[in-house]
Write a protein that binds this ligand. Structure first.
Ligand SMILES: CC(C)(COP(=O)(O)OP(=O)(O)OC[C@H]1O[C@@H](n2cnc3c(N)ncnc32)[C@H](O)[C@@H]1OP(=O)(O)O)[C@@H](O)C(=O)NCCC(=O)NCCS
Length: 122
């Protein structure tokens, strides 16, 4: 019986870069630990196909998916003001979500680093 879906895809311009795409677990089966092994298998498949790094795109509104990706080693892209704003909104939205804490801590560190760097500028 199918429980979900995920795709190992590729970046059209960078052969080193694999893409994780179309990830979902059936709603009635979510929250049972099925997504982690599914995603791990996708990452193994990307490696078999010769990709040395992986990326994905999603919306910062998808909190469960973002927490999942972070636990598997994906890190947020905070380049550009629009993305930084989205991640700040994410921080606000997940203030009471314990599973988002590791990512929240990571984002806070990035924010500190940016702040310290800008203070060093003459
Ligand atoms: C994202 C999704 C695939 C997770 O599937 P799942 O089988 O429920 O996830 P798991 O039970 O394997 O949990 C794995 C991790 O996901 C995160 N997670 C799952 N549900 C979460 C929730 N409600 N809130 C925050 N984090 C959550 C946690 O990091 C969890 O790890 P943990 O259990 O060690 O804390 C599922 O919620 C889904 O299909 N969502 C709809 C489709 C979607 O948004 N796809 C992503 C598009 S980019």
């Amino acid at each position: 019986m199918p429980v979900g879906t995920a795709t190992a895809w590729f970046h059209p311009e960078d052969p080193a870069l694999g893409r994780v795409h179309w990830v979902a677990i059936l709603p009635e089966l979510q929250g049972r630990g099925l997504a982690k092994p599914l995603l791990a298998q996708v990452c193994r498949r990307l490696r078999e196909l010769g990709h040395t790094r992986a990326y994905l795109t999603t919306s910062t509104l998808r909190v469960p998916a973002i927490c999942l990706y972070f636990t598997l080693g994906f890190r947020p892209d905070c380049a550009g003001e629009a993305r930084r704003r989205d991640w700040r909104d994410f921080l606000g939205r997940t203030a009471n979500e314990p599973r988002a804490k590791p990512l929240r801590d990571h984002l806070a560190q990035l924010d500190d680093a940016t702040h310290n760097q800008s203070r060093k500028q003459p």
